[in-house]
Design a protein around this ligand. Structure first.
Ligand SMILES: [Zn+2]
Length: 528
């Protein structure tokens, strides 16, 4: 059984967690990295599995746009943006000057990607919970039970908290920062606060002190609960009954333990069904969206077709780390192969779990099973393309391997794979697929004969702007006949001069790819 089906079954069998409301949350502090899609897809799959098991369920996604900006992404200018550090993300202007605010800009980018891979939760904004006044009653409760919350923290962290510690961060009415403020008393209506100069080491507070109401209202955001408490109150406000988190929040003594205790001892709200999922690594490394490290969800969605990106999360047990590096040797062709295997299992009625993985990876309608399953391998298509074959020629070759004529649906698959193979060849494929022009220093000019040099010198004469790979291939061939140099020697000269090898893809394709200017320059260098 697929893990998502098993979890859904377990949730239903427990008799608890009703009504089923699946949710997850994310702070849009910058370009959201691809790892965050993992939480999205895991929750989406459990939601889908619940529906398929015949129960009613809801699926929401909260953007914590009220969290402060706590680091500057590397792609933003320090001079312009560092003044916003410590302010709520939804109060900061959008980097493109068009979106409603900073948080919205990055959240929208992420929404586009998750919609594209078949996840369509109802999107909620944490700022709305505050500005609508929905949080106020529980803010009052948490401030009034500050001693209970203090004890929970102390019990789990084994560290004494000062008696003037309160679970709230006001937005400083003077400088607009929320990371720098500290609340020290609560009288049932107002808190005493100070905007401390040295509260954090990445931005400075302004020193303002005073008494202020912690309650937000329309057009006034007064401040927020600390993250772990805020998390729990949102569960209660929304009615969340199923929500997981990355494993670092879920370890013993971690954020989830605090949240669970607050559920029981402060809010009297049942702890949602937890799902502790593993990380997503790129080449063995963790990523950070606030620092702008790693591959963003958007970038990955441009490299892989939607179903394949979805498949990456569906195929891996949520408790296993995913380590996927698109730059890794043959990572993308391997992923396509794995996908095709699951597809075949579905089509031919093979391994049940694999077949289910295929079904759950689909975006939109699940395709009909077909007789005579034939799917052209991604790496074959990439290989043909790298050698300079045209689409027609590739189809001809695939007709041969199929042992029959490629039909319309197969043609659609080929065209799509050609599109993604071009992206892969251009950006991620290992050298043997790429045929980049080599640095002149690594070219062994001495190995070119006088005859070969003569041939190379003649190339600019037959190279016209606008020549295609095919037309160039013919002209290059004719040129060798004209100059009475064996065609093989002529083409070897091209490979030696441009890619430093004695063999390569079609010479016409190579020269079309490099363009006339670079070619003339290189020929002058190797023939002088
Ligand atoms: Zn301040």
């Amino acid at each position: 059984m697929h893990w998502a089906d098993r979890i859904a079954k377990e949730i239903i069998a427990s008799g608890k967690f009703k009504p089923y409301w699946v949710d997850d949350m994310k702070t849009p502090s910058g370009r959201i990295h691809v790892g965050s899609l993992r939480g999205m897809v895991i929750h989406n799959l459990i939601y889908v599995a619940l529906l398929e098991q015949g129960v009613k369920a809801k699926f929401t996604w909260v953007f914590d746009n009220h969290d402060p900006m706590d680091a500057l992404p590397v792609y933003l200018e320090k001079e312009k943006w560092s003044k916003y550090l410590g302010q709520p993300l939804f109060k900061i202007p959008s980097p493109d000057g068009k979106a409603e605010n900073y948080a919205k800009y990055f959240a929208d980018e992420f929404i586009t990607v998750f919609n594209k891979i078949g996840c369509n939760p109802e999107v909620l904004w944490a700022s709305d919970f505050y500005l609508s006044g929905k949080m106020n009653e529980d803010i009052r409760l948490c401030l009034s039970k500050a001693d209970v919350i203090r004890k929970i923290y102390e019990g789990i962290y084994h560290k004494k908290l000062p008696t003037d510690w309160y679970p709230f961060q006001v937005v400083c009415p003077n400088c607009g920062k929320e990371s720098t403020t500290k609340v020290t008393t609560w009288d049932g209506e107002k808190v005493t606060f100070e905007c401390k100069v040295d509260a954090v080491d990445w931005t400075k507070g302004c020193g303002t002190k005073g008494k202020i109401s912690p309650f937000s209202r329309k057009d006034h955001f007064a401040g927020k609960l600390p993250w772990k408490i805020d998390w729990v109150v949102k569960w209660k406000i929304i009615g969340v009954t199923v929500e997981g988190a990355g494993k670092d929040h879920m370890t013993a003594g971690g954020s989830h333990d605090i949240a669970s205790e607050v559920c029981k001892k402060v809010l009297n709200y049942p702890v949602p069904y937890p799902i502790d999922y593993e990380h997503f690594l790129i080449g063995g490394k963790k990523m950070s969206s606030s620092k702008g490290l790693g591959v963003s969800a958007k970038e990955m969605s441009e490299i892989l077709p939607p179903y394949l990106l979805r498949f990456l999360f569906v195929k891996t047990n949520y408790r296993q780390a995913i380590d996927f590096d698109p730059r890794g040797n043959l990572a993308i062709p391997d992923l396509f192969d794995e996908y095709d295997k699951a597809w075949e299992a579905y089509d031919k009625g093979g391994d049940e779990k694999l077949a289910r993985t295929h079904v759950l990876s689909q975006v939109g309608k699940i395709p009909e099973k077909e007789k005579g399953f034939f799917v052209p391998r991604f790496r074959d298509i990439a290989n043909f393309l790298s050698q300079g074959f045209s689409l027609d020629e590739i189809v001809g070759k695939l007709n041969e391997s199929k042992g029959g004529k490629i039909d319309d649906s197969e043609m659609g698959i080929i065209e799509e794979r050609v599109k993604y193979a071009k992206v892969w060849l251009e950006n991620y494929a290992p050298e043997e697929y790429r045929f980049d022009m080599k640095d002149i220093k690594s070219i062994n000019i001495k190995s070119l004969s006088e005859e070969q040099k003569k041939y190379l010198k003649a190339i600019p004469r037959i190279y016209n702007d606008g020549d295609t790979a095919e037309s160039l291939q013919i002209s290059l061939y004719e040129l060798s006949k004209q100059l009475k140099i064996p065609t093989k020697d002529a083409f070897v000269a091209i490979y030696l001069a441009f890619i430093g090898k004695t063999h390569g893809p079609r010479a016409g394709m190579l020269l079309a790819k490099f363009g006339k200017k670079k070619i003339v320059e290189r020929i002058l260098e190797v023939t002088k």
